[in-house]
Design a protein around this ligand. Structure first.
Ligand code: HEC
Ligand code: HEC
Ligand code: HEC
Length: 188
């Protein structure tokens, strides 16, 4: 499979500091700061499980399983892309026998990024976890540039923010999405 790249047109953008302030409000903490201090909370202390429940003591502690995975500094401190690719986990891809798993190895370069590096959206990584219908045509139209995305809306939980910051790596990780410099684009 070859890798194709599609570019999108550019429009003016907001200054980066506005977004940082916005992010500080959303996350309630200093953006970009590694949260390595407390690794995984015990189930009895996570404020999600009832510490008085008899299930505590029967359930596996998150740290027991997650500390064996490729580490990350943010989110639940596992690099899930590596965990899947390096065979640490092998989730069942389908429930129904006749479902076809579709992988797509193409990248979309998104250029309305103001002073930030360009965003490279990798289809392959996403289709290893998700079905086309998780994104198309609901969250994104399957046409480069057809969906007007911006960072404020992402921070408010739309577009990429439907998953990033919720179930996939957090929005404080600017460089994982904004990964291509403009000079790199020119030399392609
Ligand atoms: C996690 C979300 C997500 C998933 C899953 C996903 N896509 Fe996309 N797709 C996007 C985004 C984002 C764009 C860029 C949209 C834009 O530029 O406005 C895009 C663009 C496209 C495009 C147009 C750009 C191009 O490269 O030609 C096609 C075609 C496409 N997707 C097909 C698919 C197919 C087929 C699948 C499943 C195998 C799939 N997509 C899975 C998010 C997704
Ligand atoms: C999950 C991926 C992702 C992460 C993480 C992310 N961005 Fe973005 N960002 C985008 C996308 C997608 C766009 C829209 C690009 C387009 O439409 O061409 C964007 C656009 C922007 C823009 C352009 C102006 C605007 O309002 O849209 C700026 C500036 C920006 N991001 C800053 C940041 C900063 C700072 C961070 C880290 C605190 C960050 N981004 C993290 C995906 C991301
Ligand atoms: C439907 C859910 C969903 C949406 C929407 C989504 N992502 Fe993701 N993304 C994931 C998952 C799941 C992973 C893999 C697990 C992880 O890294 O947390 C991932 C991983 C990534 C990676 C990591 C690739 C690597 O090799 O490490 C990048 C970059 C990324 N997403 C960018 C984006 C951008 C940019 C957008 C919006 C244009 C977006 N994603 C929208 C779910 C989503």
């Amino acid at each position: 499979m070859g890798t194709a790249a599609t570019s999108r047109p550019t429009t003016p953008a907001f200054p980066v500091w506005v977004l940082w302030s916005c992010l500080a409000l959303v996350s309630g903490s200093a953006p970009g700061q590694p949260q390595g201090a407390e690794r995984w909370k015990l189930l009895s202390d996570d404020r999600l499980h009832d510490p008085a429940s008899p299930a505590i003591g029967v359930l596996q502690e998150p740290g027991e399983a997650l500390s064996l995975m490729p580490p990350d500094l943010v989110g639940n401190k596992v690099n899930w892309v590596r965990a899947l690719r390096e065979g640490y986990i092998a989730p069942r891809a389908k429930v129904l026998e006749d479902t076809t798993v579709k992988l797509l190895d193409s990248k979309v370069i998104m250029m309305n990024t103001g002073e930030m590096p360009l965003v490279v959206f990798p289809h392959l990584t996403h289709t290893e976890w998700l079905d086309c219908s998780n994104c198309h045509e609901g969250i994104f139209k399957s046409e480069a540039g057809a969906t007007p995305v911006n960072m404020f809306q992402i921070l408010q939980g739309r577009y990429c923010g439907r998953c990033h910051g919720a179930v996939s790596f957090p929005l404080t990780e600017c460089r994982r999405c904004h990964s291509m410099s403009r000079s790199e684009l020119k030399t392609r």
